[in-house]
Write a protein that binds this ligand. Structure first.
Ligand code: DC
Length: 213
């Protein structure tokens, strides 16, 4: 079974994807981390993330970079959003994601284009959304817990800028697949969001098996 979980930054999609993977006993890939690694490698190379050649060169990042805690920072998220608009970068990360999705037994992948581009045949597609206010508040609390000093207004502005870039880029924009179930987590806490996602996935899986696919 392939489960695609897409949605904007801080919508809760990563938490939901991890919980679905644990529930169904499937491996999980956070595809945003791959784009974050490209963005970070580009900065380490002294490159310009808006330049397609510099960004593509950074797509050859070493696997060890995926363990770098710096990838989780807001700065890496911003760099990731910028390198991810280049079609050549998306192409270079495609095979790795596709192979992960197609492994025997299935997988859970979360990102922006899993249900539309990477695994359009996914058995379960979830599109996780939440208001900017709810997402900014979550990110703010996370960053405070990490001891980082940031303002709520700055986080909200950054989220909006990233949303706009992710939704309006020409290649694989952030958009719900027509057959995705939309889950709004604005008014749900962590456990409620996970319970809702598992409920949707279970019912979609049962529908699929009744249809014999
Ligand atoms: O999910 P995230 O915040 O870690 O993603 C960081 C950026 O990477 C996001 O702004 C856009 C890009 N991204 C993408 O273009 N496609 C994906 N499948 C995952 C992430």
């Amino acid at each position: 079974m392939i489960i695609a979980v897409d949605g904007p930054t801080a919508s809760g999609k990563g938490t939901i994807a991890k919980a679905l993977a644990a529930h169904f006993g499937l491996p999980h890939l956070d595809t945003g981390l791959l784009y974050r690694a490209v963005g970070r490698q580009c900065a380490l190379n002294g490159g310009n993330p808006d330049d397609p050649a510099d960004a593509l060169r950074a797509a050859a990042f070493p696997d060890s970079l995926l363990a770098d805690p710096e990838l989780r920072s807001e700065e890496s998220g911003g760099l990731a959003s910028r390198v991810s608009i280049h079609p050549s970068v998306r192409q270079s990360l495609y095979e790795r994601q596709r192979a992960f999705a197609l492994q025997p037994g299935g997988a859970v992948l979360d990102g922006r284009d899993i249900g539309t581009v990477i695994a359009p045949e996914a058995d379960v597609k979830l599109f996780v959304v939440a208001s900017v206010a709810a997402r900014a508040e979550r990110r703010f609390r996370e960053m405070q817990a990490q001891g980082r000093s940031v303002s709520l207004a700055e986080i909200a502005a950054d989220l909006e800028a990233r949303d706009l870039r992710d939704r309006t880029r020409a290649e694989a924009p952030l958009v719900a697949a027509p057959d995705a179930a939309v889950l709004d987590t604005s008014n749900l806490d962590r456990d409620e969001a996970i319970t809702a996602a598992i409920g949707i996935a279970e019912s979609r899986r049962n529908t699929e098996s009744r249809q014999g696919t």
